[in-house]
Design a protein around this ligand. Structure first.
Ligand SMILES: Nc1ncnc2c1ncn2[C@@H]1O[C@H](COP(=O)(O)OP(=O)(O)OP(=O)(O)O)[C@@H](O)[C@H]1O
Ligand SMILES: [Mg+2]
Length: 266
């Protein structure tokens, strides 16, 4: 049974100010963990004619190395905006985003391109595979540019697709295509894996197997995974849950004991 420790955002902000040198004084569970990601008072505004849309309105949070973090929130809350900024696909209106000690909000286009290519693995709801490349080619193509990439065959084997290497995306089921997309992200051997509603287009059973795969990747590689979902039921699989509401952090919850997705029903 997991024990949840609820940390109000104002307490979190105060604690963030107390933190120094990558160590935290938040509690036993987080002591000695190294900070991998930090959002500092991040805002994002979109201008549509005369209307200003505040997608993010003063967002602060930290994510630690090796964590599996779930971002929860209603449609339009700002979840994808957070992930896109974190992955270097969108830029802040104000505030700072620190990844592995680097302030990515100060990166120029070239540095951002390298950051996206080498440090971030993305998994999207609709897989985004290249239709005229095979499963193996899709994985190899994305990882070729990465210095420390892993072996595409090995990773496709790990995600259970060693028999389907030469199939094109159209010859694979949705779940299998998502496994290729996860393999593509993992093979890059990035600093972080960012998943935006990775099970949004999948049925219940396939969703569970994809989430199990992501849990296994997190356990085995100790890669930090940030996963967006609408589904509050899967929050117990995370180390921490960041709830977003109307462009603000509503609450950050710590699961002292993570649950396996296999034991969760919804
Ligand atoms: N390029 C854009 N131009 C204008 N408004 C945008 C743009 N991108 C996002 N927004 C707005 O910013 C707000 C946050 O959007 P975001 O996509 O982050 O929400 P979300 O939490 O991911 O929602 P969903 O669960 O539906 O994917 C929304 O009001 C959205 O309409
Ligand atoms: Mg979204």
């Amino acid at each position: 049974m997991s024990i949840k420790v609820k940390i109000k955002q104002d307490v979190r902000n105060e604690a963030t100010r107390m933190e120094s040198n990558n160590s935290t004084k938040l509690g036993d569970a987080e002591v000695e963990k190294k900070k991998l990601i930090e959002f500092k008072n991040v805002t994002k505004e979109y201008q549509l004619g005369d209307v200003t849309i505040k997608a993010l309105d003063g967002v602060d949070f930290s994510i630690y190395e090796g964590e599996f973090v779930v971002i929860l929130g209603a449609s339009g809350a700002g979840k994808s905006t957070i992930l896109n900024i974190l992955g270097g696909m969108d830029v802040v209106s104000s505030g700072e985003v620190i990844v592995h000690g680097n302030n990515i909000t100060q990166y120029n286009e070239n540095k951002l391109t390298t950051f996206r290519a080498e440090d971030v693995g993305f998994v999207f709801q609709f897989y985004n595979l290249i239709p005229n490349l095979t499963a193996l080619e899709n994985v190899e193509f994305a990882s070729e540019v990465c210095k420390n990439h892993l072996d595409a065959n090995d990773i496709l084997d790990k995600v259970g697709l060693s028999e389907r290497l030469n199939n094109f995306p159209s010859q694979l089921s949705g779940g299998e295509q998502q496994r290729v997309a996860i393999a593509r992200a993992v093979t890059k051997n990035p600093l972080l894996l960012l998943c935006d509603e990775p099970t949004g287009a999948l049925d219940y059973k396939t969703s569970k197997s994809v989430l199990k795969l992501l849990q296994d990747v997190n356990e085995e590689t100790k890669k930090c995974i940030v996963l967006i979902t609408h589904n509050a039921a899967i929050a117990p699989i995370a180390d921490r849950v960041i709830k977003v509401k109307s462009g603000k952090i509503e609450e950050i919850t710590t699961n002292d004991v993570k649950q396996s997705i296999e034991g969760i029903e919804w």
